[in-house]
Design a binder for this molecule. Sequence first.
Ligand code: ADP
Ligand code: MG
Ligand code: MG
Length: 211
Amino acid sequence: NYVLGKKDFIKIITALAAVVEEKRDYLSDLDSPIGDGDHGFNLSIGFREVMKNLSLWEQESLAIIWEKIGMAILGKVGGSAGPLYGSFFLKFGEVAQGKEIITFNDFYAMFSAGIAAIEMRGKAVVGEKTMVDALRPGIDAFADAMEKQIEPLSAFSAFVEAADRGAKATIPIIAKKGRAMRLGERAIGHIDPGAVSATLFLQTIYKILLE
Ligand code: ADP
Ligand code: MG
Ligand code: MG
């Protein structure tokens, strides 16, 4: 009976914005050899827009808050990751519609729907060197843990661990989606920046859950 309320979600989005600032240059540097070097900057533009408006949105319902976050990221961030993360947050909030108390099952369902939205929008599958390589095995491990009724924090930890392994598995492969695709074999040896940012987001949320 682990539950989350609006305060927890405000904490989460604030922590995500902070980690984006902290890792902005690092994420852009990861994007340099196999992309155009802007991944961290793109995320920073989006999350700065969110933080600029968050206090205005705080009175709204959880679903509306996440919708506004998704729309801000979709609207402000160019490139691939902006629309993908934007769609994630839109769907993430949709699952919370009509609820202000989020059970851990709801929380799982929010991630599951959000990740499905990323897959739908980007049409990537595992093994194509994208953020899906972190998120899909992550959410599958989360689903498995929920099914086995493993306690919430361990279930989320399984999510994060599987995502981290998935992100690392992007290193030795070529890309079949995104900018890195054009590099062919030259993409080998570089981790996918979107898989890294996705894993960082999950690690950050896990830390909040542990508080
Ligand atoms: P851009 O490539 O347009 O400059 P970013 O640098 O912000 O955008 O984001 C790049 C990341 O987006 C990649 O590292 C990859 O994880 C992700 N990405 C690109 N295309 C797709 C896709 N079709 N599906 C899922 N993720 C994708
Ligand atoms: Mg880029
Ligand atoms: Mg770009």
